[in-house]
Each structure stands twice: as C-alpha cells, then as structure tokens.
Design a binder for this molecule. Structure first.
Ligand code: GAR
Length: 226
C-alpha cells in the first residue's frame, strides 16, 4: 500500500527533494499529500510547487501555545490525507499531542549519529568536539528533541582538516540516500518497534554498488532502488 505522506520543513528541503525523486523513480511507494512549512520563505516550498505538490505555511506567531500550533499543523495534515509524517529539516520540537495524532508514524532525520549532537548545528558540534566518525540518523519521533527509536544510521569518517561545511555536504549526501529508504521500509510495513528498538523484517535485495557513496557504513544496508 502506498504511504500517504505529509512533510514538515523549515528550510532548503533537499531531503524533501530526495523523497520526491525516489517517488518519481518508482522506488518509493508513497504519495506526498502536503508539504507544510513554519516559515514562508522556506525554499522547500518552491521545490514542492515545482512538482505540483500541495503546500501550506503555518507561522507559529499566529498561535498562543506550542500545542495549539501543533494541533493546527496536525489538522492541516490530516485533512490533506496525510497519515505518516516526515520531518525534513523541521526546526521545531513537536509536542506529544501531535505525535499521538499520528500514532507513532512520525519520522525525523538528524545530521549526527544520535544520541550524540542533538539540536542545532549538529555538524558543527561534531567538528568542534573532534569526533573521527560522524553521520546521520533516521528515527521515529517521540516528545524529546532528536530522540526516539532509531531506524537506520549512516556513518562517515571525519578526516583531518575536514571542516563543518564539507562535513555537512558529505552527511547530506548520505541523508538523501537513507531517508527515502527508511520511508520505503515503513511503506512496506517492515519496521517493528518493541521496547524502544526497531527491527527491520525480512531482508531485501542489497544495493549492488555503493561505491559512489565513498567510505561509509550504513546499517541496515540500503536495498536496490536506494
Ligand atoms: C538536514 O541536514 C537535516 O538532517 C537537519 O536539517 C537539514 C535540513 O536540510 N535536521 C535537523 O537538524 C533536525 N534536528 P534540508 O532542508 O536540505 O533537507
């Protein structure tokens, strides 16, 4: 069954683009019902419009509390037909009321190997700390910031002299591969969450060639089409 997806974003929307591209290529079985931004200038809205997707802007300043805002966002997504939500560079904490409305079907991508470096500028935090391995995480969302059961992670070496900008670019490349894959696993009904841990049911056909991804480790491995 195709996933009925709502995407929340605040900025560039390159992860939205990666999801759109995999849908258009036919490897991701999903329909994007609404792209909603909390900022009118978010470039991701233009990407959505270019692909004839419905968009909406809801600015938090028009609401008296975070919960009221989140309920309005949830309502907009539900009435557009979205049943699963992908946070794609959505720079807001989502409340428990929002998560409950989508019964644990809210995903997020974060540019760090969680639980390290939550919050803003995760790549800068990693460079400043001096880690030798960095990466990205796709996870189910709970009420805490950048927190919840982990679906998959991609790790890449931080070589000497690699700066924040280059690390961000490298991590983003990996994000664009792992996020659509995680969404597809959800679409296939292959993700089970028990006691805070995610298992991926049945192994798929592994991706034959990951050379163009450079040195990295992705777990669980990407499958054909991603
Ligand atoms: C991505 O790096 C994503 O992982 C990060 O924002 C960027 C959005 O890029 N998300 C977070 O930091 C969430 N805490 P995009 O708008 O080009 O997809």
């Amino acid at each position: 069954m195709r996933l009925q997806l709502g995407v929340l974003l605040s900025g560039s929307g390159s992860n939205l683009q990666a999801v759109i591209d995999r849908i258009e290529q036919g490897s991701l079985q999903a329909d994007i019902r609404l792209v909603l931004a909390n900022r009118p200038g978010a470039y991701g809205l233009q990407r959505a419009t270019r692909h004839s997707l419905s968009t909406k802007v809801l600015e938090p300043s028009g609401f008296s509390s975070r919960q009221d805002y989140d309920l309005a966002v949830a309502e907009a997504l539900k009435s557009a037909g979205a049943q699963t939500i992908a946070l794609a560079g959505y720079m807001r904490l989502v409340s428990a009321a929002f998560i409950q409305r989508f019964q644990g079907r809210v995903l997020n991508i974060h540019p760090a190997l969680l639980p390290s470096f939550k919050g803003l500028q995760a790549q800068k935090q990693a460079v400043d700390y001096g880690v030798r391995i960095a990466g990205a995480t796709v996870h189910f969302v709970d009420e805490q910031l950048d927190h919840g059961p982990i679906i998959l992670q991609a790790a890449a070496p931080v070589t000497d002299g690699l700066d924040e900008q280059e690390l961000s670019r490298r991590i983003l490349e990996l994000e664009h591969r792992i996020y659509p894959q995680a969404v597809q696993w959800l679409a296939e009904g292959r993700l089970r969450v028990r006691q805070g841990r995610v298992t991926l049911e049945r192994s798929g056909e592994p991706l034959a060639d990951t050379q163009e991804l450079g040195p990295c480790l992705i777990q669980p491995p990407l499958e054909r089409g991603f």
